[in-house]
Design a protein around this ligand. Structure first.
Ligand SMILES: [Zn+2]
Length: 697
C-alpha cells in the first residue's frame, strides 16, 4: 500500500498563535509584580513556543532577552535574560529567565577556548540573583549575537530538512539567504563563536540554521522573533509537503500480541542484574505508544535508521543514540519473541559498552559509564516504548522517540536522514552540562520498580502506595472503589495509576493486572492488602458469611498473587509478594472466626508462594498488624470499644506492650522493609506495638 505524502500524518502548516488579548493580559498582570513589558512579552512568546510540541519538547529549545535593568545601587546594568537549563518553556515565568550581566559574557568572545567548569563559574558568578537557576547551556550563543530577542528551537520540520548529507544546500533551497548556515559544532562555547561569526559574515535577516541541531530566529520584539520562527518552520513544512516522496507502508502480520503480554518480556530483556548486590536488578519503567503507522511505514528502513543516530544532539541524554528494534510479536509465538528480545537487548548493551569504551579512550578515559540499557524500543507491528528509571522519564523518552520517527520519516521522504557523528553524540551524551539538565538524581531505593497495591483506597493501602511512590516506585493503586483509588493516586502525583479491581472477581483481577502491565510495562511488587472483616460465633455463623469472607480475605490474595506471579515470571527478574495478614491469623479474637480463619489461610498462602517460587527469585512475606485506624476500625468503633472497656480512646488505641498507637504509616514502612530485604522470604513482621499473645512462635 502506498500512502499519499500528506494524509499520513495530520499535516497542517504551523500558524502563529500570537493573540493581542493574551499578550496584553500578561503585560498587565506582569506590571503588578514589577515585570516590564519586554519581559512579559518574552515570557508570553516563550510559552507559545513551549506549548507547540512540533517546536519544543522537554526542555529542548530556549529564548532570551537583552535589556537594561537597575541594580541595587540604582545604576544601569545590561543583562541577558535567558531560559534556565531544563526549564519548561510552556510554563515559564520570570524566575525561569535568570538575568546574567552581559558585558562579562561578551568579553569571553576574545578567548579561543574555555572549559565547561570555568564557563559555568563565570555564568553563575555574573547572575544578578546568585540564587537564580543555572542558565541554558546555549547561553553564550544568545550573548554573542547582538539581537534583543532570540528564539531557538529544534523544530520537527526544520530537523527533517537539516539532518541530511546536503544539509547546507537544502537550507539554501528552503530558506534562501534569510537564515545563515552554521555547520555542526557541539553546543556550548564553540557553537556560540561559530554562530556569531556566521551571522557577521552573512548578515541574514531572520536568523541561523545550526546544522544537524536546530534553528535560531531573532528580532527587535518578542513578536518579531517568534513569528519569524513560525514562518521559517512553515517554509520547511511546505518544502516537505511539496517535495516529499510517498512512503510505502510495510505489510505487517495480521495478528499481533497485546501490549500487556509483550511489555513484561521486553522489560525483562531490558533489565540488568546488579553485580554488586545478589538478587537486585536494575529495572526500567515503560511507556507505550501504539497504533503507529509511521513506525510500520519505515519498518523496512528501521535496521538502517536505528543505527543512524539522534535528530538533535540534546536527545542523546534522554533516549541514548539508538533505539532497540524488535520483530513483530505474534500471539502464539511469544517464546520466540522473548528469545529475540533478549538477544537484541544483549547485542544493544554490548554495542553501547563498546561505544563507551572507544570514545572514552579518545577523550582520555575521564568519563564514567552510564547504564547500557536502551531507552527506546521499537516493536514492529505494535508500536514503540519509552524506557526510564521512572514513569516520567519513560514518557519523555517515548515523546522524543515519536519525534525522532516523525523527523526521520520526513527526512527520508525528501532525501536521506543523516545524524551527527558517533563521536559528536558521545561528546553530547557525556557532556557534564547536558547531564546537568537531568538534575541531581538521588538513586531512590525502588527507582525503576513497579508496585501494585490492592485495597489502595483504604487507609493502609493508601499509606503503602504513598510510601512506595516516595521510594521511587511506579505505583498502581487498585481498589474496588475506583473513585477512592483515583483520589489517592491524585495525591501521589501524575504518574500514579488508579485501577478498578474487585479481587473477588477473576475477570476484574485479570483486567486490572493487564492494565498495570500495559501502563507500566510489568510488575515487581504486589502488596495484597484488600480485605474486610466479618464476625460471627463459629459454631453458629452462616456458611455464606464464611464463604464471603474467604472470597475476599483468602481467594482475593490468591487471585492477585497468581496474576502478579504470571507477570513476574514473564519478566524473569524475580519479584515480591507482600500480604496484609492481620494479627487475627495467629491470635484469633472471640466471634471473629469468619475474619481470622481466611487470614490464617492467607498466612499459609504466603508461605506456599515463598516455597514454590523462591527458585524464581520471587519472595513472599506478610505483615501482621493490629488496631490501625482504618475502614475496619472506624472512629465510631473506637469510641464504643474504648467505652465498653472503660478506657480512654487514646489508651484503647495504645493498649500494647510499648503503649504506642500503631498507624497505617507504620504498616507501610513494614511492607517497605520487606520489599527491600532481598534475602528475606516467608517472613512475618508484626506491627502491633507488642502483643505477646499475638507473637509468632
Ligand atoms: Zn539547541
Amino acid at each position: 500500500m502506498v500512502v499519499p505524502p500528506l494524509c499520513r500524518r495530520l499535516k497542517r502548516l504551523m500558524k502563529s498563535a500570537w493573540a493581542d488579548r493574551d499578550a496584553e493580559a500578561l503585560v498587565a498582570s506582569g506590571a503588578n509584580s514589577g515585570i516590564d513589558r519586554d519581559l512579559a512579552l518574552r515570557i508570553y512568546t516563550t510559552r507559545l513556543l513551549g506549548q507547540e510540541p512540533r517546536l519544543v519538547l522537554h526542555g529542548g529549545g530556549n529564548t532570551s532577552l537583552k535589556q537594561s535593568v537597575r541594580d541595587r545601587f540604582g545604576g544601569e546594568v545590561e543583562v541577558l535574560r535567558i531560559k534556565a537549563t531544563g526549564a519548561d518553556m510552556a510554563q515559564i515565568d520570570a524566575a525561569g529567565l535568570p538575568a546574567v550581566r552581559l558585558a562579562a559574557l561578551r568579553q569571553l568572545r576574545a578567548l579561543d577556548h574555555i572549559d565547561d567548569a570555568e564557563l559555568v563559574q563565570i555564568e553563575r558568578g555574573n547572575l544578578l540573583d546568585p540564587a537564580a537557576p543555572t542558565p541554558s547551556v546555549e547561553l553564550m550563543l544568545h550573548a554573542f549575537l547582538p539581537h534583543q530577542f532570540i528564539d531557538h528551537t529544534h523544530a520537527t520540520a526544520v530537523l527533517s530538512v537539516i539532518d541530511q548529507p546536503d544539509s547546507e544546500a537544502k537550507c539554501a533551497a528552503v530558506f534562501g539567504s534569510r537564515l545563515a548556515y552554521v555547520p555542526y559544532v557541539m553546543p556550548g562555547f564553540g557553537l556560540a563563536k561559530s554562530a556569531v561569526a556566521a551571522f557577521e559574515a552573512n548578515t541574514p535577516s531572520d536568523g541561523l540554521i545550526l546544522g544537524k541541531h536546530g534553528i535560531v530566529t531573532f528580532g527587535s520584539s518578542a513578536r518579531e522573533a517568534y513569528e519569524r520562527m513560525i514562518e521559517m518552520v512553515t517554509l520547511a513544512e511546505d518544502f516537505i509537503a511539496r517535495n516529499g516522496k510517498a512512503f510505502a507502508i510495510a505489510a505487517m502480520p495480521r495478528e499481533i500480541a497485546p501490549v500487556a503480554a509483550v511489555a513484561p518480556l521486553l522489560r525483562g530483556a531490558c533489565s540488568l542484574k546488579d553485580t554488586a548486590v545478589e538478587g537486585a536488578w536494575q529495572r526500567l519503567v515503560l511507556d507505550f505508544r501504539g497504533g503507529d503507522r509511521i513506525l510500520n511505514s519505515c519498518a523496512p528502513l528501521l535496521p538502517r535508521l536505528a543505527q543512524a543516530g539522534v535528530v538533535t544532539p540534546d536527545h542523546t541524554i534522554r533516549t541514548k543514540n539508538w533505539p532497540l528494534v524488535l520483530p513483530s510479536p505474534q500471539p502464539d509465538k511469544l517464546d520466540e519473541f522473548k528469545k529475540a528480545a533478549h538477544e537484541a537487548a544483549g547485542a544493544f548493551m554490548r554495542h553501547y559498552r563498546d561505544y563507551f569504551k572507544r570514545h572514552n579512550a579518545r577523550v582520555g578515559g575521564i568519563k564514567r559509564e552510564l547504564d547500557p540499557l536502551p531507552r527506546v524500543a521499537m516493536v514492529q507491528g505494535l508500536g514503540l516504548f519509552g524506557l526510564g528509571r521512572s514513569k516520567r522519564e519513560a514518557i519523555i523518552a517515548a515523546d522524543i522517540a515519536e519525534e525522532w520517527l516523525a523527523v526521520v520519516v520526513d527526512a527520508e521522504r525528501i532525501g536521506r536522514f543523516e545524524s551527527i557523528s558517533e563521536a559528536d553524540m558521545f561528546d553530547c551524551e557525556y557532556w557534564p552540562l547536558e547531564q546537568a539538565k537531568l538534575g541531581s538524581r538521588p538513586d531512590l531505593p525502588l527507582a525503576g520498580q513497579i508496585a501494585a497495591v490492592t485495597g489502595a483506597g483504604g487507609a493502609i493501602g493508601a499509606a503503602t502506595a504513598k510510601a512506595f511512590a516516595a521510594a521511587g516506585a511506579a505505583v498502581a493503586l487498585l481498589d474496588v472503589n475506583l473513585a477512592a483509588a483515583q483520589e489517592q493516586a491524585k495525591a501521589i502525583g501524575p504518574s500514579a495509576l488508579a485501577v478498578a479491581c474487585d479481587v473477588t472477581a477473576a475477570d476484574s483481577v485479570a483486567c486490572a493486572f493487564t492494565e498495570v502491565a500495559a501502563s507500566f510495562g510489568g510488575l515487581d511488587i504486589l502488596i495484597s492488602n484488600a480485605g474486610a472483616a466479618w464476625q460471627g460465633r463459629i459454631g453458629e455463623v452462616g456458611e455464606d458469611v464464611l464463604r464471603r469472607s474467604f472470597e475476599l480475605n483468602f481467594y482475593g490474595h490468591q487471585r492477585a498473587s497468581q496474576a502478579a506471579v504470571k507477570i513476574m515470571l514473564a519478566q524473569a527478574t524475580g519479584g515480591c509478594l507482600l500480604f496484609n495478614v492481620s494479627k487475627q491469623a495467629v491470635n484469633p479474637g472471640p466471634d471473629f472466626g469468619p475474619y481470622g480463619i481466611p487470614k490464617a489461610a492467607a498466612l499459609a498462602l504466603m508461605r506456599q508462594y515463598a516455597l514454590d517460587y523462591g527458585a524464581d527469585g520471587i519472595r513472599a512475606n506478610a505483615v501482621n498488624a493490629d488496631r490501625i485506624r482504618s475502614g475496619l476500625l472506624t472512629p465510631a468503633m473506637i469510641a464504643s470499644r474504648s467505652k465498653a472497656r472503660g478506657v480512654s480512646e487514646k489508651n484503647y488505641m495504645s493498649g500494647n506492650l510499648l503503649g504506642r498507637e500503631v498507624t497505617a504509616d507504620d504498616v507501610a514502612q513494614a511492607f517497605m522493609h520487606q520489599a527491600l530485604e532481598l534475602k528475606t522470604t516467608a517472613d512475618v513482621t508484626t506491627v502491633d506495638g507488642g502483643n505477646i499473645a499475638a507473637a509468632m512462635r
